[in-house]
Design a protein around this ligand. Structure first.
Ligand code: DX5
Ligand code: ZN
Length: 227
């Protein structure tokens, strides 16, 4: 079965020493970093923005892929700041963007990968309309805003439908699209998510927690995937 990219979410990491937390993930062998940007408006929480991401890029160098999950209301006006700060991929919420098709093309035109994000209550059709324009679709399996929430199992049908649509698109010579899931992903469910068609799993509290190191938690995830 295809491998799954594990994208560590730094939300439950030590935010007072973000670079060290990210380094711990990179040193454990993870080369994607999922950066949860929250604006206190689209979601009821605040994290960090372009200046912090720029500093992180400086601290970590060019190696890791910066995957920014923009939980913001104004992605259409601020996306360039995130690219300039060193992000490789930007994912924007379909619920927060008026001219989604235009924004996807603007992000790609500026040299970054473009992803779209669907909240748990958002129908899959929103993604199907732009599937041939994007690099990644992110299915939220929690309501965005906080780390450490429980996985919402109802998203299964949406993930499977998207996986089918992506396979059909690829079979017809179209673009391959990464299918990412975010929220409540742990060692006990990651293999099942892969069987649904997920190719990229965001893991926050399953990697950054008080119980074990990132490397130990990652080993548990790999064991689950290898079983
Ligand atoms: C939620 C964020 C996440 C999330 C992942 O708004 O997008 O990336 O915090 O954390 P866990 O894995 O703890 O659910
Ligand atoms: Zn996220």
């Amino acid at each position: 079965m295809a491998d799954v990219v594990i994208a560590p979410s730094v939300l439950t990491a030590n935010l007072a020493d973000l670079a060290a937390s990210c380094r711990e993930a990179v040193d454990a062998g993870l080369d994607w970093l999922h950066l949860d940007v929250m604006d206190g408006n689209f979601v009821p929480n605040l994290t960090f923005g372009p200046p912090v991401i720029r500093s992180l890029r400086k601290a970590l160098g060019d190696g890791p892929t910066f995957d920014a999950h923009l939980m913001v209301s104004n992605a259409e006006t601020c996306f360039q700041d995130y690219i300039d700060a060193g992000c490789d991929h930007l994912s924007v919420h379909v619920e927060a963007v008026t001219h989604l098709h235009r924004l996807i093309h603007a992000i790609r035109g500026a040299g970054a990968g473009a992803g779209i994000v669907l909240n748990p209550a958002t129908p899959v059709e929103a993604a199907l309309e732009v599937l041939h324009d994007v690099d990644l679709v992110l299915i939220m399996s929690v309501n965005p805003g906080f780390g450490g929430q429980s996985f919402i199992p109802n998203v299964e049908a949406k993930v499977r439908r998207l996986a089918d649509a992506i396979a059909t698109q690829v079979a017809n010579g179209g673009r391959h699209v990464q299918l990412q899931i975010d929220g409540g992903v742990k060692a006990h469910n990651i293999a099942e998510l892969r069987s649904w068609g997920v190719t990229n799993a965001v893991v926050g509290s399953g990697l950054f927690n008080d119980r074990a190191s990132v490397a130990e938690n990652l080993a548990d995830l790999h064991t689950a995937l290898d079983a």
